[in-house]
Design a binder for this molecule. Structure first.
Ligand code: SF4
Length: 359
C-alpha cells in the first residue's frame, strides 16, 4: 500500500533486498497544463496537458527509468515529483509529506532531500562562479558551516571522479562530460534521498554517455539514493534501471520491472520503442513494430486511447472511443493502458469489443 493507503501502482514484484517497503515518493492524479498563446495579442488560445492524470509509486533505493518521445511530459513529471513545478491537480507525497503543501522549514528539509541533475549542466552553472562555489551553493542555503562546506565540496568532486583542485576552476574549463560530473556532484553534495536525472546524457558524445551512466549506477549503489532517470531512449535505461515507466502524451502507458518491459512488453508503443533499438546479434529475432505518423499535438490529444492514431493493432469502435485504464497484465507489478493487452476489452460492450486480445 502507498503512504496514502491506496494500492501501490505497479509495485515491483520483488525488490532488490526482498523487503516490502512503503513508497518513498507517491503521486496520485497528477495533472499539469501549460497555456498556449497565439493571435496578435498573445492571448491564451488553449492549454497543453503535459501531464494528464499520472499515478506513480517510487520505492526507496530503486532506479526508475521514465521514458518517452520528446513532448510526452516526462521532464514535466520529473519536476512535479520534486515539487519544482506546482501541480494543477493531484498530490505528491515524499515520505508521507505533501510536497505541494510544504512550507517553511518543512519545505527546506524537502529541498535538501530531493535534487535534480539537468540535461545541460553548462546552462545550469553560473559561468562567473567557480565550480566549488556552485557546488557549495546548496550547502550554504541549508546552513552548512563554511569549513564543512569546503570539505563536502572536495568529497563531492572526488565522488564523481574529479579532483579536489577542480573546485577553483570555472565551467568553461571543463569538457561536457566533466561538467555533467559537476552537475551530479552539486546534486549529491547535500546527500539527497531522491534524485531526478533529466536526460543527463542526451547532450553528450556516445563515448562519454556510458561513463556517466556507469557513474550514476555506481553512485546509486554506493549511496543508496532513489533515482528517477528520464530518457527518450529505452536503450539508455536498459542497464541502469530496476523498473521502467513508459510515457505517451502525458500518460504513463506501461510500468513494470526492466525484465517485464524489455522481455514481454504489454503496450504496442513500448514494443515500437523496443523495435527501434539496434540488436547487436543479427540472428536474434526481433519483432518489428513500426509507428505510423508523428505524435499527435498534446493540444488536441486523440479521443479514446491516445495512441490509437498510431497503433498497429487498434480496433475501430473500441480504441478510438474508450479510454483504457492502467491495468495489470499477467505478471504482478506489470501494468499497461491497453484494452487488448490487459483484457479490458472484455468489460466493454460485447458487440463492440474485439474477439481476441492477442492481435
Ligand atoms: Fe492500441 Fe487499442 Fe491498446 Fe490503445 S487500447 S494501445 S489503440 S490496442
Amino acid at each position: 500500500m502507498s503512504a496514502e493507503g491506496t494500492p501501490s501502482v505497479g509495485a515491483p514484484a520483488t525488490r532488490r533486498d526482498g523487503q516490502e517497503r512503503a513508497p518513498l515518493v507517491s503521486a496520485r492524479g497528477l495533472v499539469k497544463a501549460f497555456p498556449v498563446r497565439g493571435g496578435a495579442f498573445g492571448q491564451v488560445v488553449g492549454h497543453v496537458r503535459a501531464v494528464d492524470g499520472v499515478d506513480l509509486d517510487i520505492f526507496p533505493g530503486e532506479v526508475l527509468g521514465l521514458v518517452g518521445e520528446s513532448g510526452c511530459g516526462k521532464s514535466t513529471l520529473g519536476r512535479l515529483l520534486l515539487g519544482l513545478l506546482p501541480a494543477d491537480e493531484g498530490t505528491v507525497l515524499f515520505d508521507g509529506v505533501d510536497v505541494g503543501r510544504a512550507r517553511g522549514r518543512e519545505l527546506a528539509a524537502l529541498r535538501r532531500q530531493m535534487q535534480i541533475v539537468f540535461q545541460d549542466p553548462y546552462s545550469s552553472l553560473d559561468p562567473r562562479a567557480t565550480i566549488g562555489d556552485s557546488i557549495a551553493e546548496g550547502l550554504r542555503a541549508h546552513g552548512v558551516p563554511r569549513a564543512r562546506r569546503e570539505q563536502k565540496v572536495r568529497e563531492a568532486l572526488e565522488l564523481v571522479g574529479l579532483e579536489a583542485d577542480h573546485a577553483r576552476r570555472y565551467p568553461h574549463q571543463f569538457s561536457g562530460g566533466q561538467r555533467q560530473r559537476v552537475g551530479i556532484a552539486r546534486a549529491l553534495a547535500v546527500e539527497p534521498r531522491f534524485l531526478v536525472a533529466d536526460e543527463p546524457v542526451s547532450a553528450l558524445d556516445v563515448s562519454i554517455q556510458s561513463q556517466i551512466l556507469n557513474l550514476l549506477r555506481d553512485l546509486q549503489e554506493q549511496l543508496d539514493f532513489t533515482l528517477v532517470f528520464v530518457a527518450h531512449d529505452l536503450a539508455v535505461v536498459e542497464h541502469l534501471c530496476d523498473r521502467v515507466a513508459v510515457m505517451y502524451l502525458g500518460r504513463v502507458v506501461e510500468l513494470g520491472t526492466r525484465d517485464q518491459v524489455f522481455g514481454a512488453p504489454l503496450h504496442p508503443y513500448t514494443e515500437a520503442l523496443l523495435s527501434a533499438i539496434p540488436v547487436p546479434d543479427p540472428d536474434r529475432p526481433r519483432r518489428r513494430v513500426r509507428l505510423s505518423g508523428e505524435m499527435p499535438s498534446p493540444l488536441h490529444p486523440p479521443s479514446g486511447c491516445r495512441f490509437h492514431t498510431r497503433c498497429p493493432i487498434a480496433v475501430e469502435g473500441v480504441c478510438d472511443t474508450e479510454v483504457p485504464a492502467l491495468l495489470p497484465g499477467d505478471d504482478p507489478g506489470h501494468v499497461a493502458e491497453c484494452h487488448l493487452r490487459t483484457g479490458a476489452h472484455r468489460d466493454l460492450d460485447p458487440g463492440r469489443a474485439p474477439a481476441a486480445p492477442d492481435a
